[in-house]
Design a protein around this ligand. Sequence first.
Ligand code: G6P
Ligand code: MG
Length: 237
Amino acid sequence: MPRAAKGEIPLIGGLIFDLDGVVVDTSELHYQAWKRLAAELEIAFNRADNEKLKGLSRLESLDSILLLASSYKHRSKIAARFGKMELAEIKNSWYLESVRKLAPKDILPGVERFLIESRQHGIRTAIASSSKNAETVISSLEITHLFDRVIDGTRVADSKPNPQIFLIAAEEMNEKPSSCIVLEDALAGVRAARLAKMRCIGIAPDSTFLPADLVIPGFSNFGIEDLFGFDRAKPEI
Ligand code: G6P
Ligand code: MG
């Protein structure tokens, strides 16, 4: 990645951050709450199953878990006892118990510094998360003031890979999609960024894992200078 010369400012209008897995690792909290629900329903559910839920909405996640029930009979028994909304609400109440315990120490390494640096360079920042709890999460982390806009799962009918959430974020920041860069850890989110015709930085431990313009393991060693190459990079859409 070419680095900007000292004092050079990248011409990037807006950075659009996914929340879960990019700003904070809530995946474990989602996992514990879904596992508790699955156990109540006598469904076997493990970490590998949980990986597949990243970026999906709450109800889509529930549907995936119900498909893990051992048989049609098992699923019918669950459907006779509970409505899907009720199950999703129970899981969410358990998830929120742990979200309320989140604190600034839980912000992923380097994220807060990167946000502050970006804003000091006049770049706008937004959250675009499928989570309906996004406001609560960033408020617990005490970083609400570092975002110009928070677009959450309550604002869109279809979750990622539908690009709508990113397009709303760009519009509300008064930026063209081509001036925005999405930061995403989920495949559905990278696809949504592509469909929104935005450049995308993937957050993943392995660079081959996500089809993004650039994949980084996190923000510890990533700074505003590293965005410079994106001014000229041509996104493959
Ligand atoms: C994010 C997470 C998903 C989660 C979804 C809905 O996209 O990656 O794992 O299912 O948000 O979260 P919510 O907080 O609304 O249940
Ligand atoms: Mg994510």
